[in-house]
Design a binder for this molecule. Structure first.
Ligand code: NIG
Ligand code: FE
Length: 406
């Protein structure tokens, strides 16, 4: 460790998230240099010669890794409040989608918005995530569905990361829905995706991963396979919206392509769980969408545990099925709706969420060498982070070693 560091946090009680039980360590110091954790240790072992440009007395606050929201559709224009009303009167998500509403209604608004407008609307949501302790967010495209509009959304996502104190990872989700100009010709649209959209997003380095919506109202496993093959040809890792409304065998297909994650998974079966375990694919559970769609088909949490599949939790922030930026509330819902333990919920927004983005080497735990993305919480025990409904006891948020919210 250098003799002078940039930031020294004293009297914190770290929950490093290295162990599965999320145990609280005794009072510790954390030294940060050049945006990384330089050292961490019990207060008594703090070297007396160490000086720091800035110090924080945490006064016994809990310290966790910065939260990671590993699945969002944060860049979009407009809202779908009217559709929410229709669903409350009895229309189903599938019926609204088949009638040209749903994702396609957001596509219309998103295509019409210019980049500055899209950026302003999306920045409001990004600030919501930041306020709740999120230091890394994944943002998918998928409301453009044309080469130009998909690239616009990815570019906006990248710009959001450059102008806000948060790391953004982008995912190309061109295979989210069939755009109107390809109505009745899904294979032609997939041709367009694999021949033009994936190559161009890769060439411009606008996508860190590729995703698809494999579902009876979206794309078949065969079409999804073609998207994955294109991603592989451009050396991009894949993720998948799988088994949300029905069991299509999407998770096993994703595992075949060594997917970083398969997400939603309410209808996942044991064969899918087995395939994910073998490939090391993370299960990303999205309790906000489950709640908002008033779903009753629970994801197979016990099987995921039995097979040792890492479970991540995310907001799925989007206008149709999960209009929220409250990641701690998703932790609460993961516990109450899916019966995760508070420790599992915390790992789901830290270590396992980092893995779902392929970022385990630099994020997700509090360890020397990791990026200094941290949260301080006015809480005695990590269970309190999942316990509060709609409030989060965030005291300070640190991104790349800089305090950004206190
Ligand atoms: O993750 N499932 C597909 N995509 C989104 C919903 C998109 C929308 O309805 O706008 C999801 O739930
Ligand atoms: Fe989603």
């Amino acid at each position: 460790m250098p003799t002078t560091v940039d930031l020294l946090i004293r009297n914190a009680r770290p929950v490093t998230c290295v162990d599965d039980d999320c145990a609280v360590s005794p009072a510790s110091y954390i030294a940060i240099a050049e945006g990384r954790i330089a050292a961490i240790g019990p207060t008594a072992s703090l070297p007396s010669t160490l000086t720091a440009h800035e110090e924080i007395d945490a006064e016994g606050a809990l310290l966790t890794p910065g939260l990671i929201d590993c699945h969002t559709h944060l860049v979009y224009a407009g809202d779908r409040a009217r559709e929410f009303e229709m669903r409350l009167k009895g229309a189903s998500y599938e019926e609204i989608a088949k009638a040209g509403g749903g994702i396609l209604s957001t596509v219309r608004h998103t295509r019409e918005a210019n980049a500055a407008d899209l950026m302003a609307q999306s920045a409001r949501r990004l600030k919501g995530l930041i306020q709740h302790g999120v230091t890394t967010v994944e943002i998918k495209s998928g409301y453009g569905l044309s080469l130009k509009a998909e690239l616009k959304c990815l570019q906006v996502a990248r710009s959001l990361g450059q102008t806000h104190p948060i790391d953004v990872r982008t995912t190309l989700l061109a295979a989210h829905a069939l755009p109107p100009e390809f109505a009745g010709r899904p294979d032609d649209y997939i041709d367009h995706v694999v021949e033009h959209i994936v190559p161009e997003a890769a060439r411009l380095q606008l996508a860190d991963a590729v995703d698809a919506f494999c579902e009876n109202i979206a794309f078949t496993p065969a079409q999804t396979r073609r998207v994955f093959e294109a991603a592989r040809a451009h050396e991009l890792p894949v993720k998948l919206h799988a088994e949300q409304l029905s069991n299509q065998g999407g998770a096993a297909l994703a595992a075949e392509f060594d997917a970083l994650s398969a997400d939603h998974l309410e209808h996942l079966d044991e064969a899918g769980v087995f395939a994910m375990a073998r490939a090391g694919t993370v299960a990303v559970l999205l309790p906000g969408a489950y709640y908002f769609l008033r779903d009753t088909h629970l994801p197979p949490v016990a099987l995921l545990r039995d097979y040792g599949v890492p479970i991540a939790i995310s907001t799925d922030c989007n206008p149709g099925t999960s209009p929220t930026t409250h990641l701690p509330l998703m932790m609460n819902m993961a516990c109450t709706l899916f019966r995760l333990t508070p420790a599992e919920a915390l790992l789901g927004v830290t270590r396992h969420a980092a893995r779902a983005l392929g970022l385990s080497a630099s994020k997700g735990t509090v360890e020397p060498g990791k990026q200094a993305d941290l949260c301080l919480w006015d809480a005695d025990h990590p269970a309190e982070l999942s316990y509060a409904i709609g409030a989060s006891p965030l005291r300070a948020r640190i991104h790349r070693g800089s305090v950004t919210n206190q």
